[in-house]
Design a protein around this ligand. Structure first.
Ligand code: RTP
Ligand code: MG
Length: 138
């Protein structure tokens, strides 16, 4: 059954000019782009998005980074989209990411790691609703 997930091309990858190459990887892997937009986000918006990490030591640095420049926000669809995107992304720390993954190819560090993907159906639903209105998802 077809499933939706939420993804972000993070500011490091946009800055380095990797937007098109990452979108190509995503499409090559069989995802349909349901909706896509490029924008900068505020520190407050980043804090709300990453609220589950609010107690982590990297929270302030992460939310500063995520609001440091334009990002590309996307809703993606395919069968098994959530798990398949996580596999395509690779490990959080690019030093541990497998060959052929987006983070192996495009990430610079554990924080500046090029791409976000929802990790479960509940988080995908929250994250899609956080960034996209219903009329943007038809
Ligand atoms: P994401 O949520 O962005 O898809 O990444 P993830 O599931 O692989 O990693 P997660 O544990 O959810 O962490 C969210 C983001 O926080 C940054 N981070 N920095 N300095 C650190 O130790 C550290 N750990 C995580 C990364 O940008 C990570 O993607
Ligand atoms: Mg995560």
């Amino acid at each position: 059954m077809s499933q939706r997930t939420f993804s972000i091309i993070k500011p490091d990858a946009v800055r380095k000019g990797f937007t098109g190459a990452i979108l190509a990887e995503i499409e090559k892997a069989g995802f349909q782009i349901v909706s896509i937009k490029k924008q900068s986000i505020s520190k407050k918006e980043a804090e709300g998005f990453y609220a589950v990490h609010s107690a982590r030591p990297f929270f302030d640095s992460l939310t500063t980074f995520m609001s440091s420049g334009p990002i590309v926000l996307m809703v993606l669809e395919k069968e098994n989209a959530i798990a398949d995107l996580r596999n395509l992304m690779g490990a959080t720390n690019p030093a541990n990411a497998e060959e052929g993954t987006i983070r192996k190819k495009f990430a610079g560090s554990i924080e500046e790691n090029a791409i976000h993907g929802s990790d479960a159906p509940e988080t995908a639903a929250f994250e899609i609703g956080y960034w996209f209105a219903g009329h943007e998802l038809v």
